[in-house]
Design a protein around this ligand. Structure first.
Ligand SMILES: [Zn+2]
Length: 166
């Protein structure tokens, strides 16, 4: 995954998933990119940028792409790790009723979930997931268990430039 630029939550939140089809974004080293901002995923994140299960809050947009595709916006929650790099947790759109059980990709069936909770939910419905969670008395947010992926920011995205720059 290549990262081209980063933006704070509120810099873009009013502009994505909310009536506008495309957005042109500047990057420090790669010029501008025009990206679609009308996907169901971004609409879902616009409605709610926090995980419905654990409450983790999206805080940072990264303009990213896999090797060949055009860049797109991903929203991440930032989890400070003591003495280590901050951990970034991807915010996803989750189907309350899973697609495998006929759930549709419509906003009334979509909810925002962090990738950690979404992985745990798997193909359960939201109701089953919450029930199982209750039964197992598991703490969804508990220290190192929330580690999904370690993200080592490129030199241009130091923590201070992300949160105290421009
Ligand atoms: Zn979560």
């Amino acid at each position: 995954m290549r990262t081209y630029a980063s933006f704070l939550l509120n810099d873009l939140l009013p502009l994505v998933g909310h009536g506008q089809n495309k957005l042109t974004l500047p990057t420090p080293h790669d010029g501008e990119f025009t990206v679609p901002v009308n996907s169901s995923r971004l609409e879902c994140l616009h409605r709610n940028h926090s995980c419905v299960t654990c409450g983790k809050e999206g805080a940072l947009w990264l303009l990213q792409s896999h090797t060949t595709e055009h860049p797109h916006l991903n929203l991440y929650a930032v989890q400070p790790m003591h003495g280590e790099d901050d951990e970034l947790i991807l915010m996803t759109q989750d189907h309350r009723v899973p697609r495998s059980r006929g759930g549709k990709t419509t906003q009334d069936n979509l909810q925002t979930m962090c990738s950690y909770c979404n992985n745990k939910k798997g193909s359960s419905s939201q109701e089953e997931f919450l029930l199982n969670k209750e039964l197992s008395k598991e703490h969804v947010v508990s220290g190192k268990n929330t580690r999904i992926q370690r993200y080592c920011p490129p030199a241009m995205f130091t923590r201070s430039s992300l949160f105290h720059g421009k």
